[in-house]
Design a protein around this ligand. Structure first.
Ligand SMILES: Cc1ncc(COP(=O)(O)O)c(C=O)c1O
Length: 342
């Protein structure tokens, strides 16, 4: 593909990064979705939701897209709306990363903030209620409703196709669950193509998709906060195991990957990496384990990678970070290759 005419032509064919390998041939591979436009996986499903709405006659020329978003979905929809001539309103809350909001605005999106309730809990349900009410009040508007939109998971079918074309097989798919679109869409398409990986979902401690108790958490773009409803994109019939990872563990993993390998991954990907590295030796020997890295760490320089922000919330834990650094020393092929070289 030498020349493209649309930003969305650049979606997909993201690289695979070998993070860890064991003596028994098990390997943990990262599907680096930050190489998509907007630096996130969500643009895959943003495009699919809009195309699906067009096909179903729910969006017509100059129509209005409305979505509740913590950032990456909004960035994806802003690109697609700009390209296809739609108005786009993102319903956001005060937790959203400022750079993501600025980027959405740069692409012409309008932002509507839900009221700041003054606490640190995620405002997912308030955002969704407002987006739904706004769309209901405007005849030309379409609420994409990512949590309950079948096109969300469909947007990730290409991830499965890319994985099979690059690897031939996936034995274990281990990834963050927010709406569920990326993990379950990929898993479903893998199955359709004859590959039946073990599917392990990862959510923050405090998220309720794999059971309670609910509580606050800082991992962004993932999980289901207490009070929010688990959407239809979470397909429990495809799930073999649900794992919970604390903010401290997820962020320690993301920080360790940055320090050891120079690779910036987001906090939710840190959660999956923590789960993958700590159980690597428990997977059947020779397993190919794949984690979808939903976005890069560049979006979290003010949070996960900021010492003051981390300290203020009691999220820095030296011993957890040291454990992660040691696991990377032991398992990262790039680190092992250095032994004897220097
Ligand atoms: C930062 C982040 N974490 C996690 C996820 C997984 O979310 P979902 O389950 O909605 O696909 C995404 C989606 O791309 C994301 O952007």
């Amino acid at each position: 593909m030498a020349l493209v005419t649309r930003v969305t032509d650049l979606i997909g064919n993201t690289p695979l990064f070998e993070l860890a390998t064991t003596d028994t041939g098990t390997r943990l591979l990262l599907k680096l979705e930050q190489f998509n436009p907007t630096g996130a996986a969500k643009i895959r499903m943003a495009r699919e939701m809009v195309l699906d709405a067009e096909r179903r006659g729910l969006l017509s020329d100059g129509g209005h897209i409305i979505e509740s978003t913590s950032g990456n979905t909004g960035l994806g929809l802003a690109v697609v709306a700009a390209e296809r001539g739609y108005r786009f309103t993102a319903v956001v809350d005060h937790h959203a990363c400022k750079d993501k909001l600025r980027a959405m605005q740069a692409m012409g999106a309008e932002l509507v903030f839900v009221a700041d309730d003054g606490d640190d809990s995620l405002a997912t349900s308030a955002r969704e209620d407002l987006a739904e009410a706004m769309a209901a009040a405007r005849p030309d508007a379409y609420f994409t409703e990512q949590h309950n939109n079948d096109a969300n998971a469909l947007g990730y079918y290409a991830v499965a196709e890319e994985l099979l074309s690059d690897l031939g097989r996936v034995d274990i798919l281990l990834s963050a669950v927010g709406t569920g679109g990326s993990l379950f869409g990929t898993a479903r398409r893998l199955r359709e193509l004859g590959c039946r990986p073990q599917v392990i979902g990862v959510e923050p401690v405090g998220s309720i998709a794999f059971g309670g108790p609910g509580g606050p958490y800082w991992q962004s773009g993932t999980g289901t906060p207490p009070g929010a409803t688990v959407g239809t994109a979470v397909d429990y019939s495809l799930l073999d195991e649900g794992v919970k990872v604390s903010d401290v563990e997820a962020f320690a993993a993301a920080r360790a990957v940055a320090k050891k390998l120079g690779l910036l991954i987001g906090g939710s990907a840190g959660g999956s990496v923590h789960a993958g590295l700590t159980r690597l030796e428990q997977f059947p020997p020779g397993s190919t384990v794949v984690t979808i890295v939903c976005d890069g760490g560049e979006k979290y320089l003010d949070t996960v990678f900021d010492e003051d922000w981390m300290n203020d919330r009691d999220l820095l834990d030296e011993s957890t970070e040291k454990d992660m650094l040691e696991l990377l020393d032991r398992y990262s092929p790039a680190r092992r290759d250095l032994v004897g070289v220097r």
